[in-house]
Design a protein around this ligand. Structure first.
Ligand code: LMR
Length: 396
C-alpha cells in the first residue's frame, strides 16, 4: 500500500532547518526559523525559567493527568497577559482559556471550533502570512481567503488594500490578525489603524482571531497587546491563539493557549465545553511542564520581574542588530535602501531579497533564510553580521 504514497514537499521553515543541520559547512548561518540567539549564538534557557524549573522539580508531588483544559493557574496568567490585570472581560468571566501544545496547537483548536460550531467556514488571512497558517486552517476544512497587507514599494502596511479586500468579508467570517510583530513582514498596524479595524470588525460582524506569538518582542507586554485590547473594547466575541515559545524561550516545551471570549459567561462556558470535546479527540489533555513553569514565573513577583528584564534584553538585542544591519549594508555600498529594516517589529525582517538571491545565499554562502526573503533578525549576532552583509552585498 505504502508504495503508492508520494513524498510531501519539505516545510518552508522547518524543512530549511533540516537542510541547515545537514550542511557540513562550519561557517553556515541559520536565519530561517524564528529562534532567538544571544550574542554567543546560543538559544539559552532563560534564567527565570531555570529557577522556576528547579523549584518545580523540588515541589512536584505527582505526574497525574491534567484536566482537558490544562493547568488552571496558567489560564489565569494567559488572560492577564492578553487583556491586562483586572480587565473587565476577566471579571465578567467572558473568557475561557485552554492550554495548548504551542501556538500551532491553539490555531488548530480554533480551526476545529470554527468548522464545527460556527456558521461561517471562511477565514481571511493576510498576504503574506506565516507559512503554516494555510495548512492549519485547510486541515480543518476552512475556506481560506486573503487580504492584502504588504506594499512592496513602500515596504509598509498596505492599509488601503487590506480595507478593500476585507470589504468582501461577510458577517460571521473569521479574520485572522497578528497581535503584534507580524510574521513575516514585521509591520503592524498603527494605533489609529487598529482602532479603525476594530470598529469595522464590530460593525460588519467579523469574528476576529488573533495569532499572538510575539508579545513583548515589539515594544513591551502592554504595548504589544494594544491591538487586541482595542478589539476587545469593540467586539464582544474573539478568539486568540497564544504562543510562549519565543517570549519565554520555551520552544520545545510547546506552551500555547487557546482563548475564547463570548458575550457572557454562559455562552463562554457552553462554547468552552465544545472546545474541550475537540481537544479530547485530538490529544486528550496537554503536557504539564511548560505551563507550570510559566504559571510559577507569572505568579512570583521576583521571577516575573526577572522575566521582564530578560524579555527586554532579547528585544533590545534584536533592535540593535536591526540598526547595525542597516548600517553595515550601507557601508558596503549597497545602493538599495534597507533602512526599513530598522522600522520593523519583532524577530523578522521581510528583506525584499528575491528567490534567486535567497538561493545564492544558501548555495554559495551557507546562509539560510526563508524563500519569501524573510530573515530572522533574532539569529543575527555581532559575530555573523559581517559575513551576512558581505554575502548580501555580493548577491544584490
Ligand atoms: C517561524 O515562523 O519561524 C516560527 O513560528 C517557527 C515555526 O514553527 O515556523
Amino acid at each position: 500500500m505504502f508504495e503508492k504514497v508520494t513524498a510531501a514537499p519539505a516545510d518552508p521553515i522547518l524543512g530549511l532547518t533540516d537542510t541547515f543541520r545537514n550542511d557540513p559547512r562550519t561557517n553556515k548561518i541559520n536565519l530561517g526559523v524564528g529562534i532567538y540567539k544571544n550574542e554567543a549564538g546560543d538559544t539559552p534557557v532563560l534564567r527565570c525559567v531555570k529557577k522556576a524549573e528547579a523549584r518545580l522539580v523540588e515541589e512536584q508531588t505527582t505526574k497525574n493527568y491534567l484536566a482537558i483544559e490544562g493547568v488552571a493557574a496558567y489560564a489565569g496568567v494567559v488572560q492577564k497577559l492578553l487583556f491586562g490585570d483586572n480587565a473587565a472581560i476577566i471579571q465578567e468571566q467572558r473568557a475561557r482559556t485552554a492550554q495548548s501544545p504551542g501556538g500551532t496547537g491553539a490555531l488548530r483548536i480554533a480551526g476545529e471550533f470554527i468548522a464545527r460550531q460556527l456558521n461561517s467556514n471562511t477565514i481571511w488571512i493576510s498576504n503574506p502570512t506565516w507559512a503554516n497558517h494555510k495548512a492549519v486552517f485547510a486541515a480543518s476544512g476552512l475556506e481560506i481567503k486573503e487580504y492584502g497587507y504588504y506594499n512592496a514599494e513602500t515596504k509598509d502596511l498596505d492599509f488601503d488594500a487590506m480595507l478593500a479586500d476585507l470589504a468582501h468579508a461577510k458577517a460571521g467570517d473569521v479574520v485572522l490578525l497578528h497581535g503584534c510583530c507580524h510574521n513575516p513582514t514585521g509591520i503592524d498596524p498603527t494605533p489609529e489603524q487598529w482602532q479603525q479595524l476594530a470598529k469595522l470588525s464590530a460593525e460588519k460582524g467579523w469574528l476576529p482571531l488573533f495569532d499572538f506569538a510575539y508579545q513583548g518582542f515589539g515594544k513591551g507586554i502592554d504595548e504589544d497587546a494594544y491591538g487586541l485590547r482595542v478589539f476587545a473594547e469593540h467586539n464582544t466575541e474573539l478568539l486568540i491563539a497564544s504562543s510562549f515559545s519565543k517570549n519565554f524561550g520555551m520552544y520545545n516545551e510547546r506552551v500555547g493557549a487557546f482563548t475564547l471570549v463570548a458575550n457572557n459567561a454562559d455562552a463562554a462556558n457552553a462554547s468552552f465545553s465544545q472546545v474541550k470535546t475537540i481537544i479530547r479527540a485530538i490529544y486528550s489533555n496537554p503536557p504539564a511542564h511548560g505551563a507550570n513553569v510559566i504559571a510559577m514565573i507569572a505568579e512570583d513577583e521576583a521571577l516575573y520581574a526577572d522575566w521582564l528584564v530578560e524579555l527586554a534584553e532579547m528585544r533590545d538585542r534584536i533592535q540593535e542588530m536591526r540598526t547595525l544591519f542597516v548600517e553595515k549594508l550601507a557601508s558596503r555600498g549597497v545602493s538599495k535602501d534597507f533602512s526599513f529594516i530598522a522600522r520593523q517589529n519583532g524577530m523578522f525582517s521581510f528583506s525584499g531579497l528575491t528567490k534567486p538571491q535567497v538561493e545564492r545565499l544558501k548555495d554559495e554562502f551557507g546562509i539560510y533564510i526563508v524563500g519569501s526573503g524573510r530573515i530572522s533578525v533574532a539569529g543575527i549576532t555581532k559575530s555573523n553580521i559581517d559575513a551576512l552583509c558581505d554575502a548580501i552585498a555580493a548577491v544584490i
